[in-house]
Every structure is written in C-alpha cells, then in structure tokens.
Ligand binder design. Structure first.
Ligand SMILES: [Zn+2]
Length: 91
C-alpha cells in the first residue's frame, strides 16, 4: 500500500510564470494533479515539491486522509526514534 507521501495521483503540469534576475524560476503555476480537476494554482518554487493540488482538492484530500496522514507521521516518528536509538547503540 503506498504511503500518503508517495506520488498519489498525477504529477501536476507546471508552467513558470515568474523568473528572477538570474533567470531562475520564482513562481510556478501548477495544474491540479487530481484527474477530474483542471484548477490552476500558483506556488513558489520552494513549495512546489509539496503542492500538487489546488486549494479545494488539497483540503478535500486532507480531510479524507487525515487519519492516514496522522498514522503515517506517527509511524515515521517511531521509525526515526528507532533509527536514532540504533545509532546510539552502535556508537
Ligand atoms: Zn483540484
């Protein structure tokens, strides 16, 4: 079963809408990755990796997956703790 952090849905279509002085992109326009949604959303480059949906779908996604997401982050914390403990034991 894929975790919530996997690339769920489609990768968003991306268009650069603002370039910085050195030609680096600053703002991007993404098309929502939900297959039945064509909404666009403007994101900063540094937020691009975590934004795949328009605001509507994002909040819908969160309310539908809140439990899963919480479970997932608990599991991850546990795993991080275990890894840290392992490192201590080995060191
Ligand atoms: Zn959407």
């Amino acid at each position: 079963m894929p975790g919530p952090e996997d690339n769920y849905g489609y990768p968003p279509e991306v268009r650069v809408i603002e370039l910085g002085k050195k030609g680096k992109p600053i703002k991007l326009e993404i098309t929502c990755c939900e297959p039945d949604c064509e909404n666009k959303r403007i994101v900063k480059v540094q937020d691009y990796f975590q934004v795949k949906r328009c605001r509507d779908c994002q909040s819908k996604y969160f309310s539908e997956h809140r439990r899963e997401l919480a479970k997932f982050s608990r599991q991850r914390k546990k795993a991080e703790k275990a890894a840290a403990a392992n490192e201590l034991n080995q060191g």
